[in-house]
Structures are given as C-alpha cells and as structure tokens.
Design a protein around this ligand. Sequence first.
Ligand code: IPE
Ligand code: MG
Length: 211
Amino acid sequence: MDGNGRWAKRKHLPRTEGHTEGEENLARLVRVAVTRNVGWLTVFGFSTENWVRPRTEVRHILGLHKKLFGRVAELNELNVRIQWMGRPFDSPDARTPKYVQRAIRKAIADTAQNTGMVLTVAFDYGSHAEMVHAAQQAAADGPVTQASIESHLYLPELPPVDVMVRTSGELRISNFMLWQSVGAEVYFTDRPWPDFDGHELDAALALVPQP
Ligand code: IPE
Ligand code: MG
C-alpha cells in the first residue's frame, strides 16, 4: 500500500495524514473487494525494513494497525476473516509492541468464524525473512523440498497470488510474497494507495485469467 506520503505531500498535509487516509481506504476497499467476490486479499502494511523510519511515523503507523485490527464489527458484518503474517512475535528480530500483538490476536479470534473473504495483513513482513524461516523449519523436519518449504510459509493456507498490485508508480516488487507470486499477473498503477478505488481494483482483477 505505497504512496501515502506522496499523497499527503501533494495535499500539503503531514505524512501521517497520508497513512491515516491509507487505513481508511483499506476499509473502503475491503468492502468493494467483497462485492467483487475476491476470496483472498493480502495487503502489505509494514515491512521488516520500515522500522528505520522516524519514530513518530512508526508510532503513528502502529496505532493505525491497532485501529485496523479493531474493525471487528465491520469485518463480521462483511463475513470477512482477518489474518496476519509477519515475523513471529517471539523471534529475535521482531519488534511488534504488545498492544499491537493483542489487537492482532483478538481480531483473528473474533473473526475466525467468518466464511467469506480472507483479509491478510502483512505486518513486520518480509519475503526474505519468511523464506529463511520456512527453510529452517523445513530443514529441521527432514529433506528440504518445494512442498516442505511451502508448508512452513507463515500462512500455508494462502493460495498462490493471482494478481499482485503495486501502487504509486513504483515498478518493482519490494520483498513481498516472492515465493507465492511466481505465476502472478502484476498490476502497476500511478495512483497512490489512498486513491486506489474500485475502478483500480477492477482493472487489476481484469488481468486474472478466467478458468
Ligand atoms: C506506504 O506509504 C506506507 C508504508 C510503507 C507504511 P509510504 O509512506 O511509503 O509513502 P511514500 O512512498 O512516501 O509516498
Ligand atoms: Mg513508499
């Protein structure tokens, strides 16, 4: 969900306002995705590399994730099950504060019964960290194979990515779901994340080959 800072700059607002609007936009987009019968929506909220940002910005983004995982009533109304993926909270490099961990655990538990779309929020996530973790676990189990690595990804239930979206004019995939996106279509848009709307989602979904 890139481009929050640039969105804010264009409007002469502080970067934090861009992040706030980005979180609001995610809430809007989840609603739209449900109407389009999307089965799995996975969003990159915060990366393993993002901790180096200024402390006040990091704190603001942490608060927004607490808010996001607090939207349980909305998620239940939409029959959406929320999930999280990222470095395990007990791993040596993990830095997710306890209050965010609690919000994440509670939201997962309180939406676990929902049978509709699965919304996965990647927080303190990086594809390299995920693949190293999976390879270590696989090696501890026995021979390392494609299947054994797949079974140890953070969320093995996630299906392969059909379409990967990158917002805000960047033409690269920055450490996001590299293993899972081998066969993915890629949709690039100049729009910053806060302006990514239903029309944009439809354009991205149009790239997915129909069975
Ligand atoms: C994405 O917006 C939000 C996070 C990475 C947490 P940015 O903050 O990267 O926005 P730009 O790239 O500066 O516009
Ligand atoms: Mg950015």
